[in-house]
Design a protein around this ligand. Structure first.
Ligand SMILES: [Zn+2]
Length: 428
């Protein structure tokens, strides 16, 4: 691998600078750097960020390769500016053994578009009854440190307590999908004015908030670390804010779609808006944005949830829950957080790269854009405006809620350890 000179890039949105990459590493950052012997990429005032890190991606392999594979999912990740993704455990078979997590880890490495760090299941088969082999997954070649039954809640308090105790020994973290199962039986959308009008089963905010309240207290009791997946309500924000003020070791994520969309969209009965947790109200959206800005919510995570056409193109009640998100995440964050003045680009780098890498222990990712650091980089044309066209997605699935919607910004280049994975908006 030779040298690359990225000329005139606004590093973290600052003044234009040149960034010289040599092999896998950033050699220098400055003005007027020599292009001698280097391939030149004219950045023309685009914003250069550290490669994005997604703590919550569903790659569907093994078992649901009709939705996504490690290859198509990591190509989607590279298209969206990501250099590392954490792959959720709800595959078939479930990633609850060293064998499955090693397979997913190896596939990511082989394809080379994006590092894949598997998440291990908390319980065997995601059934919530018996702890999975957390230690064996941690000691495997995949080096798992994040454990989650995502898609399902670890609702048994004793199991949750044991999981928190277990991961504490090696500095791991349990990522909870907070959904009290009894309170959400038959739930189809957010419980509120719209669900009452439409006559759809409601998903009350308290089903999420009660589990978060329990789990931050359990984490405090055990002295362990808990991460809350996809916060969706204003009340959840208040609980996490309280827990942090009390010194509890809790981190939290929000998805791009919960920063932008509301349950009013369910009036269309278009199942593309059906997601878990459900789209909430305008008040919730505003609280989530504010919490991401003030650091109560640590990170943005996509919850990229690909589904084949036949699982989404049906009536609302029968449709699968979830949306793809890797290829639109940064644009949604630009619209909801940057263009509203809530975060600058340094803040985006923090919430979408540095902090998720730190929570998941993704070594070499989320580092500063400075000399000596691994060249995991993303170049963004922030002036771009265009309608989302899922036909151009690298993902195998098309279930985006943004089809035809104009969003700002477009990732033009991604580099994984100095190797271009995306060039001028095209996968390398
Ligand atoms: Zn989930």
């Amino acid at each position: 691998m030779g040298k690359i000179l990225i000329r005139g890039a606004k590093v973290l949105g600052g003044e234009p600078q040149d960034v010289l990459v040599d092999g896998e590493v950033i050699e220098a950052v400055g003005t007027g750097l020599s292009a001698e012997g280097a391939e030149v990429v004219e950045a023309d005032g685009k914003v250069l960020l550290p490669g994005l890190v997604d703590l919550h991606t569903h790659l569907r392999e093994p078992g649901r390769e009709d939705s996504e594979t490690v290859l198509t999912g990591t190509r989607a990740a590279a298209s969206g500016g990501f250099t590392a993704v954490f792959a959720m455990a709800n595959t078939f078979p479930v990633a609850d053994t060293a064998g499955v997590v090693e397979q997913v880890y190896r596939l990511g490495r082989e394809h080379g578009y994006c590092d894949v760090q598997p998440i291990g299941a908390v319980t065997v088969g995601l059934e919530g009854r018996q702890l999975a082999e957390l230690g064996a997954m941690h000691e495997s070649a995949a080096g798992v440190t994040v454990f989650s039954d995502d898609g399902k809640c670890v609702d048994d308090a004793v199991i949750m307590r044991r999981a928190l105790e277990y991961v504490k020994a090696f500095g791991g973290v349990v990522a909870q999908h907070a959904q009290e199962p009894r309170l959400t039986e038959g739930a189809q959308m957010n419980e509120g004015v719209v669900s009452a009008e439409l006559g759809l089963g409601g998903w009350p905010a308290v089903a999420e908030e009660s589990i978060i309240a329990r789990d931050v207290l359990l984490a405090e009791h055990v002295g362990s670390r808990v991460h809350i997946c996809h916060l969706s309500t204003a009340g959840s924000v208040e609980i996490v804010r309280w827990a942090k003020s009390r010194g509890i070791d809790v981190t939290a994520e929000v998805t791009p779609h919960h920063l932008l969309l509301t349950d009013e969209l369910v009036r269309t009965y278009n199942p593309v808006y059906k997601v878990n947790p459900p789209l909430r109200t305008e008040r919730d959206v505003l609280a989530l944005r504010e919490a991401l800005a003030d650091g109560t919510i640590d990170i943005v995570a996509t919850d990229h949830a690909p589904h084949p056409h036949e699982d989404k193109d049906c009536e609302w009640a029968a449709a699968a829950m979830g949306m793809v998100g890797l290829e639109t995440a940064l644009s949604v964050v630009q619209q909801t957080m940057v263009e509203t003045g809530l975060l600058d680009w340094a803040g985006v780098a923090d919430r979408m790269s540095a902090r998720p890498a730190a929570i998941g222990g993704a070594t070499g990712h989320g580092r500063p854009v400075s000399a000596g650091e691994p060249a995991n980089l993303t170049l963004v044309d922030t002036a771009y405006r265009g309608a989302v066209d899922p036909a151009g997605f690298a993902s195998r699935s098309r279930n985006t809620p943004y089809e035809g919607r104009e969003l700002p910004g477009r990732v033009t280049h991604t580099w994984l350890r100095g190797k271009a994975t995306l060039v001028d908006g095209k996968l390398a």
